[in-house]
Design a protein around this ligand. Sequence first.
Ligand code: DGJ
Length: 728
Amino acid sequence: MSISYNEQERSFRLDTPGSTYLINLVDEEGFLCHAYYGRRIPDDTMRYLLRLGPDQRPFRDSGQQVGLFDALPMEYPGHGLGDFRESCLSLETEEGHRVCGLTYVSHRIYGGKPALPGLPATYGGEEDCATLELRCRDRFLGLEVCLLYTAFEKLDVICRSARIENRGERPVTLTAALSACLDMDNRDFDLITLHGSWAYERMIQRRPLGWGKQGVSSLRGISSHQEQPFLALAERAATQEHGQVYAMHLVYSGNFLAQAEMSQQGLLRAVIGIHPQDFAWRLAPGESFQTPEAVLAYSHTGLDGMTHALHDLYRNHLTRGPWRDKPRPSLVNNWEATYFDFDTEKLLDIARTAAGRGIEMLVLDDGWFGRRNTDDNSLGDWFVNEKKLPGGLKYLADEVNKLGMKFGLWVEPEMVSPDSELYRAHPDYALQIPGRPPMLSRTQLVLDFSRQEVRDCIYDQLHKVLSEANIAYIKWDMNRALTDVGGACLPPEQQGELLHRYVLGVYELQERLLRDFPDLLLENCASGGGRFDPGMLYYSPQIWTSDNTDAIDRLRIQEGTALLYPLSTMGAHVAACPSHTNGRVTPFATRGLVSLPGCFGYELDLTKLTEEELAMIPGQLENYRKVGPVFHSGDYYRLASYGENGEYDALMAVSKDRKTAVIDYVHVMSRQRRRDVLLPLRGLDETTRYRSGETGEIRSGAGWMYGGMLLPRMEVDFLGKLIVLEAV
Ligand code: DGJ
């Protein structure tokens, strides 16, 4: 078991292959102090790091409680008792008091990992992980908190969450319930976050950690295009391969806060969880509140170590269902091909062209339902528009199936258009505040998914659609942020629960869908990558990465995404050209190269391609079949970033048995240069000899890695190469 309790030292140790995490109980009252997290060590206690001298006792009979409290590393800090840094737990009592603090009650250690009711979470059996439940309480409030820690046996990952239980006799309102806190000394850290906007999601940002609070957050009701629920603290000297990195990532899809705070004397506190702003959860006696899960990853092998731990965790212990480990079907999506302007014949033309080239699925995007020919109506009316699609989805799906292809469908279940039958019948189903006209975005409103009857109404419609035609795949879209957050069915004192209840409602509906249609392949989407987070991955093994389908912009978007997420989770399509995003013209072959590592597809009118382009499709699909599994289940290496070097981009994946490696290289922008680019590879076995499928050269893994690979020189911008190395 990778977790143990040392009674003499009153310390808990959690071990993963390369890391140790130590908690100390301090003083008779049992304050939960965080003693150590970092490279694996044999010691059971590192209490000296708490800086408590032999005669320094923080509590009760000490004259200096407040001063000590403000510098003590804590596991789950409360509020208003002398620790003036960010609190994980804050609340308001009926009397309006806000003070709380936790001390130890009991603990339990066991193999495996419990599910978190209603929430997405990583999973693992007894052979995969062990869990520590640390029960603590505020003895003046009758409030108990169960801190959950799971240490994985084969991954340098510890997952944390908290369950807050009101065991008192009076209600309290939680005003902050974060998921995890990490207190430590600053070691000249950089803060790494992913920043973005619509169509430019997840750009890597690295900056020196400064004094005070800094971090990222979302108040949009979704995890957002703008920020990712993630932060990493990397030693200033840490590189892709070397140095210590601590990461925190939240398994959640709504508002979040991920914050690092450097206070006096270089004390560092990193926290992650639901954003306390716009959050207030009333906890009646006997009720409990479960926080989302935070993933903590530690690496002493630079960013690669962090990336590999997260990729393996998300592939093997977060995504679920029959599609988890299967090759994902190549697809053609009609959005950029037709937008709203399609009918059955047009779609079948595309499908026929696709089938003839070996594409496995047709996905019908927005515009098939209600009266929808523009984006300002019909959301909420999930019945087919027979004017556009005579014979309905069944006829279309059957015809597509006859071509040997699967059929997939787009929906946007969380939304309602004011111009819809649903809204006319049930205006109160939309989030809004009485007397205040709600803000529109894309001419649509957000349904109050915290309400069971609203979810049921949408679900019944979806269930019917899915039962009437052979639909193998659903793209679940979500195209606006939440505003006017008022719920018709919650009393005033519970309105602060609405944003979290909304997210729980989305999870509940996706879970129901998967339960009733277990073979369904679900792909989440939110105006592109506006809700690309670990929470959604629990339901859909792939997510549409971005509405930006330009191959060159995609290099950076996918690079940032792959810092945390396996390539198998990223929807990536060869799209129309000139790019609908930015007008850029890139070769068809390069668009294929950029999409290949992800869940590969096409998003353009195949019937308008040249013969030469059409002829490339079978080869691209053949590559997807051959090397797709290496990208999807191997170890990913970010070799070169054109965002950093301004010239070329390269990524690499190495199969787990280290027998095959694939290098995906795109030359972006010519510079004055005469020599071929030298690219040191990574992840190969030093002594194995590998043959390059490109040049036939045979070299040892060590040679390819430490000598490097000369990349073929490109005479023209926007060209690339796929190079496969096979062990000989
Ligand atoms: C936003 C998505 O990201 C696009 O792929 C497309 O499905 C549109 N919505 C349809 O409205």
